[in-house]
Design a protein around this ligand. Structure first.
Ligand SMILES: Nc1ncnc2c1ncn2[C@@H]1O[C@H](COP(=O)(O)OP(=O)(O)OP(=O)(O)O)[C@@H](O)[C@H]1O
Length: 444
């Protein structure tokens, strides 16, 4: 369903949207800043972010429920006036009328349309059947479980046969199993061309839910809401939530969300349709040392446990004190060694690392590299494009670390990433890419 090149304009789009509300004290509160986001035909776009980051406000702007303070809202490339007629919304609170039956509650979704009774009844029946409420036409909400009530909410959204279904935390009030069932059913509806449903835009704070469902994921940075990470989710359906690829994507997004809590991150201006990969709060550089030297240091430390101070280590490995510090620092940020009170000792992980064979070492190294925020610049781009020009990566490194040498950092990152099997660089094409298959030992 996911279409990389879009032949038609997006069903709904925000261009440079900013939204401010007036607080209780009468002060303006900027909730969204320069948001560019588009929902295309065929995609399932998930918007993730911390509580209060502005996710629901984006959904409301996209569907025309509220107007932005500045910027443009488009529907199929044209300015949106009022509500987006092709969109429907399902909210977290089921918002059902207790005095109406299931059938009548679903029919509320057609209130704004002038259609005949027969047509309305047919549409209501169809929506009720689609979402598996066949035996509950005449039931009242109080007679239904939470999951069934949310089904009514979804049927009400589907009754108008929207092209775009918007879900605002639609599963978060449900128990785990019910939520899981409904998610699968919605995926089936979205993939079934007979429903007429083309795209889903879902707001959630549940990373696993987003990775399980979405073809593309947008992470919103908070205070004010700004676009953070935008990445394609290439995992095939049905998705195995236990697979390493799934869990890796979950950790990447988790890191991205948790590193953005600082209020003073500079605002990012995203170009519409372009991915942005900016987990740059507290971004740290890496020591510019080759992997082979890190491995050498570790093996010397393993062979000579009495070496616990940097001067002795420096003598032993025959390197300048400054170089030794860089090597130690590199092993330390990889959490393989610790340096309490100027001494050097293995961590638990480091001990495991030196005792492992080459394959297991690479796996540990990959896991540790994966935790370094700097690498998210490349990993996020690779998730989006699978291969990216080095200039693009170097530009991003330069903007994340303006006081460092981006080319040298890039070379070091590639060397570390290559050893970890996470990335490689083709000097002929100038492209960074995801390597396939096993990597050889020579890469260290
Ligand atoms: N009508 C309003 N008037 C004033 N402030 C508002 C209004 N609507 C939202 N806000 C504020 O805007 C900010 C973003 O709210 P929004 O509901 O969009 O965030 P969210 O990411 O969806 O949060 P949550 O996950 O908790 O639902 C919050 O600080 C909220 O209090």
């Amino acid at each position: 369903m996911n279409t990389k090149s879009h032949s038609t304009p997006p069903i709904a789009e925000l261009c440079a949207v900013t939204k401010s509300f007036t607080t209780g004290g009468g002060h303006p509160l900027k909730v969204l800043d320069q948001i560019d986001v588009a929902v295309h035909e065929g995609e399932l776009l998930a918007l993730l972010g911390q509580s209060g980051s502005g996710k629901s406000t984006i959904l409301r702007c996209l569907t025309g429920l509220i107007e932005p303070t500045s910027g443009r809202v488009l529907h199929r490339g044209a300015p949106l006036h009022g509500i987006n007629e092709e969109a429907s919304v399902v909210f977290q609170t089921f918002a059902l009328y207790p005095w109406l039956t299931v059938e009548q509650n679903v029919a509320v979704g057609l209130m704004s349309r002038t259609i005949g009774r027969a047509e309305r009844d047919a549409a209501v029946n169809r929506a009720i059947e689609l979402i598996g409420l066949g035996n509950y036409h005449a039931a009242y909400p109080r007679e239904l479980s939470g999951g069934m009530r949310q089904r009514v909410g979804i049927a009400r959204a589907l009754v108008s046969q929207p092209r775009l279904l918007c879900l605002d935390e639609a599963f978060s009030a449900l128990d785990v199993l019910t939520g899981e069932n409904l998610r699968q059913e919605l995926l089936n509806l979205w993939r079934n061309p007979a429903t007429g449903l083309s795209a889903i835009f879902m707001v959630t704070h549940n990373i696993e839910e987003a990775v399980e469902m979405a073809t593309r994921i947008v992470v919103l940075f908070p205070r004010p809401g700004r676009l953070g990470l935008v990445l394609d989710n290439p995992l095939p359906y049905p998705r195995d939530t236990k697979s390493p690829e799934f869990q890796r994507l979950v950790s990447l997004i988790h890191e991205c969300i948790t590193t953005t809590t600082l209020p003073d991150i500079p605002a990012e201006v995203a170009v519409a349709g372009q991915p942005v990969s900016r987990a740059r709060a507290r971004m740290e550089s890496i020591p510019l040392v080759p992997v082979g030297q890190i491995l050498g240091l570790l093996s010397i430390l393993a062979d000579s446990p009495e070496l616990s101070n940097i001067y002795d280590i420096s003598d032993e490995i025959g390197r300048e004190f400054g170089e030794t510090i860089s090597l130690v620092k590199a092993a330390e940020i990889l959490e393989l060694i610790d340096t309490p009170k100027d001494t050097v000792c293995f961590t638990e992980l480091g001990r495991r690392f030196v005792a492992s064979d080459s394959k297991a070492r690479r796996a540990i190294f990959a896991e540790q590299v994966f935790k370094l925020r700097l690498f998210h610049i490349i990993l996020a781009l690779l998730h989006e494009y699978h291969e990216v020009p080095s200039e693009r990566v170097i530009k991003d490194i330069a903007s994340a670390l303006p006081y460092d040498n981006p080319e040298r950092i890039f070379q070091t990152m590639i060397a570390w990433g290559r050893y970890a099997g996470l990335m490689d660089f083709n000097t002929k094409t100038g492209m960074v890419f995801v390597p396939e298959g096993e990597v050889s030992d020579e890469t260290a």
